[in-house]
Design a binder for this molecule. Structure first.
Ligand code: URP
Ligand code: ZN
Ligand code: ZN
Ligand code: ZN
Length: 539
């Protein structure tokens, strides 16, 4: 037999083109893209998928997925434990059309985490415990600025052993944030070793100040989590991070941008020729402050299900401005920020009640009274405080369909832009291209195949259709206009017609290279030589 798999009657979609074709796969890679079908001879004994005229795209790459993270990272850290491990997280991803995910190996400030290499090794062991059903890679979260460690370990991280070409840095969360000076040092060190920083840009001091003010007024309900983080919190930190990155002289990306004013700062820097990239996520397009008041009464703790940072925008006009940023190229990538916390788990959202009860008693151990009552009774009778609610919502499975429905079908973005945002740009920025994110012969045979659009019956999303280990979806009740019919990882069908493949997890760890989106930056006219705020640094 010549091929292992062929896909016929496809409409291929890449970041550039939409064209009818057939695709053949051999040894997990794309063998050929043909404008006609295959002969009976060629198909003898070969697995054939008839796409029936549906779109076939490079598999989704979700570059922002939290798995196996115990977010209790310090005395004042946010509690909570991720409900998904690599097995459940990757199954959920596969069922939603994603073939590669990048998750976070998170350093803490404890001494055992002083070495980034040991942080990554321990996290890698978690992945190996269960295996993954899709391909995967890691970003490393750096919360300590230890120049010796950076100097020694960043080259090893970005080198052949790990191929980790990104780090995430925080400007908020007391247990994780870096001050401006540390941001400069870490971003500069990252740039020296071809590592692209990802920045969580919220002004931590503004958040703390507003949180104290809200609490003094007794405003503790989940909606006030959003009030403690009005858009200005992102705007200021975004503007500041751009200045810091200019001085540190590095390409970098803003994760989870949810403010149009922050987006405007990014747009301006891009227009000036700075290699600044940005990510947005479904929660900034599909949810608003109203969703933080969705359940029963505004004070009901159940609204904690929608708490994430940055929060959803105040209203739909803001989401509409973010859609414009997706269409016009200000946003480079579209990720889920899947951060799975259960509602029926003391280590999930109810941490927001337990820690509040504990703090009222001034104790340093969750109060006996609170832990004695049943979880059900706890969430019905206690209101908690937004300060203690673990931040994050699930969404690895719904990412592609939400953007397909509300972006492509609604006419806000083109099919090609959809592929660019959900796969191709992600691969380019994070050093996986063209192995991932493309339909070139020789690329990994990673595909998402949709249902034929004309015959697809729209459906209403409910959590029982999903495969994550979370007991709710923020997108419950939303109308979906298509859904991935097949998800194929390196030629293996992992999701087909509503069923996950059973069997051993086949996902492989992906070593990554440097960001290729800005590989020309240092040579370009607008690059650092002309624009750098302190050119003498280069002399
Ligand atoms: O609320 C969120 N986004 N939680 C996940 C952690 C982060 O900052 O991405
Ligand atoms: Zn973040
Ligand atoms: Zn995140
Ligand atoms: Zn405690």
């Amino acid at each position: 037999t010549t091929f292992d798999l062929v896909i016929v009657n496809a409409i291929a979609v890449t970041a550039c083109d939409v064209f009818p074709c057939s695709i053949s796969v051999k040894d997990g890679k794309i063998a050929a893209i043909a404008s006609q079908g295959f002969s009976q001879e060629e198909l003898a004994g070969v697995e054939v998928i008839d796409a029936e005229g549906a779109y076939v795209m490079p598999g989704g790459i979700d570059a922002h997925v939290h798995l196996c993270q115990d977010l209790q990272t310090g005395p004042h850290g946010l509690g909570g434990r991720c409900a998904d491990d690599f097995a459940s997280g990757s199954m959920s991803a596969a069922a939603g059309g994603t073939t590669t995910m990048i998750t976070f190996a998170c350093q803490t400030r404890s001494e055992e985490d002083a070495s980034l290499l040991s942080v990554v090794e321990r996290y890698d062991a978690r992945a190996k415990e269960t295996g993954s059903y899709i391909d995967y890679a890691y970003h490393v979260i750096i919360v300590r600025c230890d120049e010796d460690v950076l100097e020694r370990e960043l080259p090893i991280l970005s080198g052949p052993r790990w191929g980790i070409s990104t780090c995430k840095l925080f400007m908020t969360y007391d247990s994780q944030r870096l001050g401006d000076s540390d941001l400069l040092t870490v971003m500069h060190a990252a740039a020296q070793h071809g590592i692209t920083p990802l920045v969580h840009a919220e002004n931590g001091d503004m958040i703390s100040w507003l949180t104290d003010k809200l609490e003094a007024k007794g405003m503790l309900a989940p909606i006030y989590h959003a009030w403690s983080r009005p858009p200005i919190v992102q705007d200021e930190a975004t503007n500041r991070a751009i200045a810091i990155a200019k001085l540190a002289c590095t390409p970098f990306l803003f994760v989870h941008v949810g403010s149009s004013e922050a987006m405007a700062h990014i747009r301006r820097a891009q227009t000036q020729g700075w290699p600044v990239y940005a990510e947005t996520c479904p929660q900034y397009l599909c949810l608003t402050y109203n969703d933080l008041k969705r359940f029963h009464s505004p004070t009901c703790f159940e609204n904690s299900k929608m708490v994430c940072s940055p929060p959803p925008p105040p209203d739909e006009s803001e989401s509409e401005r973010l859609y414009t940023g997706l269409a016009n190229g200000t946003f480079t990538v579209f990720s889920s920020d899947h951060c799975p916390f259960r509602y029926d788990d003391r280590h999930g959202k109810p941490t927001g009640i337990l820690e509040h009860e504990e703090s009222k008693r001034g104790g340093d151990c969750v109060s006996k009274e609170a832990s004695a009552v049943s979880l059900d009774q706890l969430v019905r009778t206690k209101t908690g405080a937004f300060r203690f609610i673990p931040n994050g919502i699930p969404g690895v499975e719904t990412r592609l369909s939400l953007l397909f429905t509300n972006g492509v079908c609604a006419g806000r973005i083109t099919l090609q832009r959809f592929v660019e945002l959900t796969s191709t740009n992600v691969a380019k920025l994070y050093g996986l291209y063209p192995k991932k994110g493309s339909l070139m012969p020789g690329a990994d045979a990673d595909f998402v195949i949709w249902h034929p659009q004309e015959t697809f019956s729209p459906f209403t999303l409910s959590n029982d259709m999903l495969h994550h280990n979370v007991d709710y979806t923020p997108y419950e009740g939303m109308r979906m206009l298509n859904w991935p019919r097949y998800t194929i990882v390196r030629g293996h069908v992992v999701w087909a017609n509503g069923s996950l493949a059973t069997g051993a997890p086949l996902g492989r760890y992906q070593k990554r290279g440097p960001n290729v989106l800005s590989s020309d930056w240092k040579k370009r006219g607008g690059g650092p030589a002309k624009q750098h705020p302190a050119p003498w640094l280069f002399e």
